[in-house]
Structures are given as structure tokens and as C-alpha cells.
Ligand binder design. Structure first.
Ligand SMILES: CC(C)(COP(=O)(O)OP(=O)(O)OC[C@H]1O[C@@H](n2cnc3c(N)ncnc32)[C@H](O)[C@@H]1OP(=O)(O)O)[C@@H](O)C(=O)NCCC(=O)NCCSC(=O)/C=C/CCCCCCCCCCCCC(=O)O
Length: 718
């Protein structure tokens, strides 16, 4: 709702009241309409201030309402009514003015903000555009270039930056509401004509077409198939070239198309999934809201390779005092050089003069004896990690948490090597660890709820999307990646080329296809893991079936030929030299694949893009269903957040599990069955029990899956 009160000095105060962010729900909009009407009718009212309850102006339209039929007074006429008022209206912006909230403020005649308030039009991140006049008013106020930037990226700016851009009239470090109330009294009777943004011309440079065309090229490149950024440029072109009323019609037309697109649904689902995963639950019943966490202020990182360095920086950026340990002298000295520079650079990127935490370097484990939490980031070798955990258990204080950054090894085994299994947990970061948003928090069978809560909380402080997952080989992300990459290798055996597979995946929206990705991370990473698992190496028969399932030795043979990817200048592609970045097709790979197929009597065939996409994606998705079935992820949102934030899954497609729902679960099942019939020796194609159950239950919407999984588990059907 919105409340009306008449204050001394004849100022009407309209307060938006809808915690926690005062979103513009139907009730709030109705409240504003009534309060504006009272302000018009009451002769005692000489000016009006609009603010939000609890120091938060407004978080925009109520996103939850987008899922159902629209009801309540619409926003566009409401904002026009405010703008048309002949009594001055001032927006007092504290906390945030986002989306419809900023559009409401743009309808006011004046805007006064706190210096630290967050302002922005983030609709594009929800697959929409600012359709309450935002695309038409902002360029009239701040100019076309600034509007293009803010509306197509959705980035939040501070009150201070908003003042520089002319979006607000005044900022304060004190109470924006107090200043606005005083200001409202002082401007009674001033003419308002020049304050009504819809009546002003758009502030454009002379070369509008040139600017818009250049911008559109950049936006299309960045968008990777997302519709909203492109539509935003369209709406801004209308603002720059058409009268306001026509521009507004164009804005609405584009909004209608976006609103009903699958992309908007996917992006809104992604917004809520990100929040759902913070509300974690464990099979034991421990949850985010019934478990206390400890506040960590000192931490250690063991091993200063690429991952360890990034983790140390991420911890220091979160304000921690970090002990960084490396026993190899050369690596330690490199880290001493590089890490402070990385820290300073990243702090600068985040608008800080210096990082809030500090990093000290040393070469002895004894130096971590006093910290509250240790993150091990040594080489991915179980024997080495076990030895380290034994040492840490002896060296550290009894209540120090011991965490491993392993990307797939058994957390329970590591915990068993210590005297404190309840304090052991996985913290699986993604490279570069100070930049990538995802953190898989791997809960061992003995990890205590307090340990999980502490690490989830720490992840949040580091600005990560932390997802609690179960302890199984590869956890969630890498476990699903395995059948996906395997499938890509089988496609090469059958006749595809790496660039063909990559093109299909990149057109779907991945930043990189599977083979370019593998060249970037290094083919030797998987090779080492497969050797450790006894799947390849001396003495292993060079067959295409290993350990009872179909196996493609192609990546092993690439490694044996010294083709490790970008680092050697040769992999699935060729590069200008070792460390080169630009991938080019390599005739060597064609010859290599031809010879391989001839050796194994495989006839190459032309494989359609549809088959490539379905086989890669559906085998990954099927593994996702198996993960849910095994209870290794609490719900589909957890898997989707992992893929969006850690594996480059296009956000406008929601995530793999959401995508399955969009395609239709029955169709995914039918396709898996089809491919399984053609490839009966490929186990990951065997449709999961959960997928079958969901289809049998009529393919409920994704928000209902948790319920069904819980019910089926209780009845032992899964
Ligand atoms: C920065 C935040 C605001 C706050 O962050 P933080 O403090 O960290 O807290 P969170 O955990 O993120 O959030 C706390 C809880 O609040 C919920 N929340 C947040 N924002 C909203 C919101 N806008 N609506 C609903 N709920 C919200 C959040 O989920 C948390 O809840 P819970 O604890 O998990 O239960 C941060 O939250 C944030 O960034 N929020 C999003 C801000 C945003 O994106 N705002 C823009 C929204 S879109 C908008 O404003 C659009 C406006 C234009 C509307 C014009 C309409 C006219 C045209 C209609 C066309 C219809 C076409 C129909 C065609 C047809 O007929 O078919």
C-alpha cells in the first residue's frame, strides 16, 4: 500500500509501504493513485514528497505479479498523473530506486537522493525494458548515450553518479527525506513546465544514426541471442527520433513482445533461483533459517597456483585477513609478485581505493595455526590432499574449519583423515576465483550444519552465489559436464568436426563451445583424472569400451600427441603459438579424426545441428535429473544457478532444468529414449527415473518439482 500524511508546511508525504523493497504491487499502485488524488483535491496541500518506508525508495514493479494476469491500476497513467500535477512533486530517494521505482521518480518534478542510494533500470536483466516511460524520459533527462548505457546493461549507479549524469537534482550524506521535505516547501509556486520530462526534447548528439548503429552492433555481440538488450536500443531509437507519445507507443509494443517471450520467463526464473539457493536445506532438516553461522575474519589458503591466488584475493576483498601458504619457492615468489597487483586491480574495479582485507605470504603450514578457516587449493591429487588434511588437523586450532577446493574428489574421505570431520566441507571455486560468481559448497555426510551455514555465509560475503550440494564424484556442475563432453567426443567419432559442434553450442548461447572450452582449460586436466581413474594409461586396452561403458579415447590421444590446448598452441584448434587465444580450424585434426575412424571402422556421416544440440544438452540435463533423484541438489533452481553462474549457460535460457521444462519434459524423454535406442552402450542417455515420474505426473511446472521429489522419496519411488 501507500500512505498519505499531511505534514506541517502543507507538504503531503506519500510513503510506499511494501517490505522488503517497496515493490510496486497492485496494492501499492492503488495506494499511490488514491494519495495523488487526495493531493490534487486537498487545497491545504501545496507540494508533495514521495518516499519509501524503511529507507528504501522502491525496488520497481513487483516481479512476482508478472507470472499472473495483470490487475490493479497500471503504472504508465499513474506516473503521467504525477507528472501532470500542478503542485511540485519531489522524490526522496533513499536505499534504492530501481526499474519502475526510478521510472516513478522520473515522473516527479525533482529528485533528491542519498549519495549511496542505488539507482538503475535493470529491467533488461529480467528480459524486459523500462516500459513505464523510462526509455522515453531518461534520454530526455540524461542524454541518449547515458540512457543507452544504463538501459541496455541494467547497471546500478550510486546517487553520486546519478547527480553527475543529471538524473537527480541534489544528493546528501544525511537524510534525503528531510532535505526533500524542506525543499518541497521552498519551491511552492515555481513553474513546473521545464520539470515535466515527457514534454522536453530528447538530448541527442548530432550523429544519432551513427551512434545507434554502432551501439546496436555491440549490444548484439554481447547479448548472445538475448532479445531484451536489442529491444532496449529499439525503444531508445524511438525516443531519439519520434515525439514522446509515439515513442511511448513503441516502448509498449516492444514490451508486449518481450513480456510474452520465453526469455523473460527464463530471466525472471533466474532472478528468483539466485535467491532460492541462498535458502538452503540439508537432508537432515538443517536449514538457512534454523542454523547459526560463525563470522570468519581470519583465513588461510594453501597452494598458490591459479586457483589459490584467486581465492586469497576473493577472501581479502571480503575483508578477511589471509595467510597465503605455498611450499614451492618459485611459486611463492611468483605469488608475492602477482597477488597484490591482482588484489589492487580488483579492488579498483569494485570502486575501492584499497582492499578491505590483507594477505600475508609464507611457506610453512605452522603459520596457519591460529586462523579460523583454511581452504586447501593444492594439486588435484587425493594422496596429497589426504596428507595435507592430516597435517592441518594437527596444526590448526580445534575449531578451525577445514575446506577443500577440490573440483570433484570425495569430501568424506578428506574428513575422515582429520580429528574434526564435522568441520570439513568442500568449497569449490571456479576460475578465476576472485571474479567468477559461483561457489559450490559441498556438504559431506559428516559436515555439521554450523559448518555449512558458516561457509554459505562466507560465500555471500565474498559476493558469490553459494549453492549447497551433496558429495558425489564431480559434485553437481562437473558431474553433469561429463556426459556432455563425452557426447561431444562421440559426435566427433561419428563424423562431426570440433568447430561444427562448437558452433551449434555457441549459437545456443554458450560463450564457448565444448572444444574451445577444453582448449582453454587444458586437455591434460581431464587426462590426469582419467588416468587416476584407470580409464587410460599404460596397460589399458585401447578399446572403445572401458569399465563396462562406451569410451572415446580421442582426447587421450590428443594429449599423447602433445596437443594440450592453448598452452601448447595446439589442441582441437590451432593457435598462433603457445598461449595464443585465437582459435583456427586445424587440418591436422581432420586427418587425425579420419585416421581414427578408419582404424575403428567408423563411417563418418553428416550430423544435423539439431542432433548435436539435443545429444549434448539432453545428456547433461538427464544427469541433472539423476542428481535431483539422488538428493545431491535440493531442487532444480540449485542446478540452474550452478550452470548459469559457473558454466556459461545462457541466462536468458534459465538453466538446464528450466530449459527442459520449456522444451517439454515429455519431448526430452522421448528424445533420450530415441538416442538411447541408437546408442544402447551410452549409459548417460538412459532416461532417469525422476524424468519418467515427472512426465507420468503430467509434467508439472518447475516450481512444483521439489514437492514431487519429496513425495516420491517418502514413498520410496525414487
Ligand atoms: C537490489 C535489490 C532490490 C535488493 O537486494 P537485497 O537487499 O540483496 O535483497 P534480495 O534478497 O535481493 O531481495 C529481498 C527480497 O525482495 C524480493 N524482491 C526484490 N526485488 C523485488 C521486486 N522488484 N519484486 C518482487 N520481489 C522483489 C526478493 O525476491 C527477496 O525476496 P525473498 O526474500 O527471496 O522472498 C534486489 O532484490 C534486486 O535487484 N531486485 C530487483 C530489482 C529490479 O529488477 N527491479 C525492476 C523490476 S521490473 C520493473 O520495475 C518494470 C517496470 C515496468 C513496468 C511497466 C509495466 C507496464 C507494461 C506492462 C506490459 C504488460 C504486457 C502484457 C502483454 C499482454 O497483455 O499479454
Amino acid at each position: 500500500m501507500a500512505t498519505f500524511s499531511l505534514l506541517p508546511g502543507s507538504v503531503a508525504l506519500i510513503t510506499l509501504t511494501n517490505p522488503p523493497v517497496n515493490a510496486l504491487s497492485a496494492a501499492v499502485r492503488a495506494g499511490i493513485v488514491q494519495a495523488v488524488q487526495r493531493s490534487v483535491e486537498d487545497p491545504k496541500v501545496k507540494s508533495v514528497v514521495i518516499c519509501g518506508q524503511n529507507g528504501r525508495f522502491c525496488g520497481g514493479a513487483d516481479i512476482r505479479e508478472f507470472a499472473g494476469p495483470m490487475s490493479g491500476p497500471p503504472l504508465v497513467p499513474l506516473i503521467h498523473a504525477i507528472e501532470a500535477l500542478d503542485k511540485p512533486v519531489v522524490a526522496a530517494i533513499e536505499g534504492l530506486a530501481l526499474g519502475g521505482g526510478l521510472e516513478l521518480a522520473l515522473g516527479c518534478h525533482y529528485r533528491i537522493a542519498h549519495t549511496t542510494a542505488l539507482l538503475g533500470l535493470p529491467e533488461v536483466t529480467l528480459g524486459l525494458l523500462p516500459a513505464a516511460g523510462g526509455t522515453q524520459r531518461l534520454p530526455r533527462l540524461a542524454g541518449l548515450p547515458a540512457a543507452l548505457d544504463l538501459i541496455t546493461t541494467g547497471r546500478h549507479i550510486s546517487g553520486t553518479e546519478a547527480l553527475e549524469l543529471g538524473i537527480v537534482d541534489q544528493v546528501t550524506d544525511g537524510s534525503a527525506l528531510d532535505i526533500a521535505l524542506e525543499f518541497a516547501k521552498s519551491i511552492v509556486g515555481r513553474p513546473l513546465n521545464t520539470r515535466r520530462l515527457s514534454t522536453l526534447p530528447c538530448r541527442c548528439p548530432t550523429d544519432i544514426d551513427n551512434l545507434l548503429d554502432r551501439f546496436m552492433v555491440q549490444v548484439r555481440q554481447r547479448a548472445r541471442g538475448a532479445l531484451a538488450p536489442v529491444a532496449c536500443v529499439g525503444a531508445l531509437r524511438a525516443a531519439a527520433t519520434l515525439p514522446y507519445a509515439q515513442g511511448l507507443r513503441k516502448e509498449r509494443e516492444l514490451m508486449d513482445t518481450l513480456f510474452n517471450s520465453g526469455q523473460a520467463r527464463a530471466l525472471q526464473y533466474a532472478f528468483f533461483s539466485q535467491r532460492v539457493v541462498g535458502k538452503w536445506t540439508l537432508p537432515s532438516g538443517a536449514r538457512w533459517d534454523n542454523t547459526t553461522s560463525r563470522t570468519i575474519s581470519t583465513a588461510a589458503v594453501i597452494g598458490l597456483g591459479t586457483m589459490g591466488r584467486g581465492i586469497a584475493v576473493a577472501l581479502a576483498l571480503a575483508g578477511m585477513s589471509v595467510v597465503a601458504v605455498e611450499t614451492q619457492e618459485k611459486q611463492l615468489s611468483e605469488a608475492r609478485q602477482m597477488v597484490p597487483a591482482m588484489l589492487q586491480r580488483e579492488a579498483g574495479r569494485r570502486g575501492l581505493d584499497t582492499a578491505p582485507g590483507v594477505i600475508s605470504f609464507c611457506s610453512s603450514l605452522q603459520d596457519v595455526s591460529e586462523v579460523e578457516l583454511v581452504i586447501e587449493a593444492v594439486f588435484e591429487d587425493m594422496a596429497l590432499k589426504l596428507q595435507l588434511f592430516r597435517q592441518l588437523s594437527a596444526v590448526c586450532k580445534p575449531d578451525t574449519l577445514l575446506c577443500s577446493n577440490t573440483s570433484g574428489l570425495d569430501i568424506d574421505q578428506l574428513a575422515a583423515a582429520t580429528q574434526r570431520p564435522g568441520l570439513v566441507v568442500g568449497m569449490h571455486f571456479f576460475a578465476p576465483a576472485h571474479i567468477m560468481k559461483l561457489l559450490e559448497v559441498v556438504c559431506g555426510t559428516r559436515s555439521s550444519p554450523e559448518t555449512v551455514a558458516t561457509v554459505m555465509q562466507l560465500g555471500k560475503r565474498m559476493g558469490k552465489v553459494s549453492v549447497a550440494v551433496g558429495n558425489c564424484p564431480g559434485f553437481v556442475g562437473n558431474r553433469m559436464l561429463k556426459p556432455y563432453t563425452e557426447q561431444a567426443n562421440f559426435l566427433l567419432e561419428e563424423g562431426a568436426m570440433p568447430e561444427q559442434v562448437d558452433k551449434v553450442l555457441e549459437e545456443f548461447g554458450f560463450p564457448m563451445g565444448v572444444f574451445r572450452m577444453s582448449d582453454l582449460s587444458g586437455l591434460d586436466v581431464g587426462w590426469r583424472i582419467r588416468k587416476a581413474a584407470g580409464l587410460t594409461g599404460p596397460g589399458v586396452e585401447p578399446t572403445r569400451t572401458r569399465q563396462g561403458r562406451r569410451y572415446s579415447p580421442l582426447p587421450d590421444q590428443m594429449c599423447e600427441a602433445g596437443r594440450l590446448g592453448q598452452k601448447t598452441g595446439r589442441g582441437w584448434y590451432q593457435y598462433d603459438g603457445p598461449g595464443g587465444r585465437v582459435a583456427r580450424s586445424d587440418p591436422w585434426v581432420q586427418t587425425f579424426l579420419d585416421a581414427y575412424r578408419a582404424r575403428h571402422n567408423l563411417a563418418a556421416r553428416v550430423i544435423a545441428a539439431e542432433e548435436i544440440l539435443e545429444r549434448c544438452l539432453y545428456s547433461l540435463i538427464n544427469e541433472g535429473f539423476k542428481i535431483l533423484q539422488d538428493g545431491m541438489a535440493a531442487g532444480p533452481e540449485d542446478i540452474d544457478a550452478i550452470y548459469v553462474f559457473g558454466y556459461g549457460w545462457p541466462r536468458h535460457r534459465g538453466g538446464p532444468m528450466f530449459h527442459a521444462g520449456q522444451v517439454g519434459l515429455a519431448r526430452v524423454l522421448e528424445k533420450l529414449e530415441h538416442y538411447q535406442q541408437l546408442h544402447p552402450d551410452v549409459a548417460p542417455m538412459k532416461p532417469s527415473m525422476l524424468l519418467r515420474r515427472l512426465v507420468a505426473a503430467g509434467s508439472p511446472p518447475i516450481q512444483k518439482w521439489r514437492e514431487l521429489i519429496h513425495r516420491e522419496r517418502v514413498h520410496s519411488q525414487l
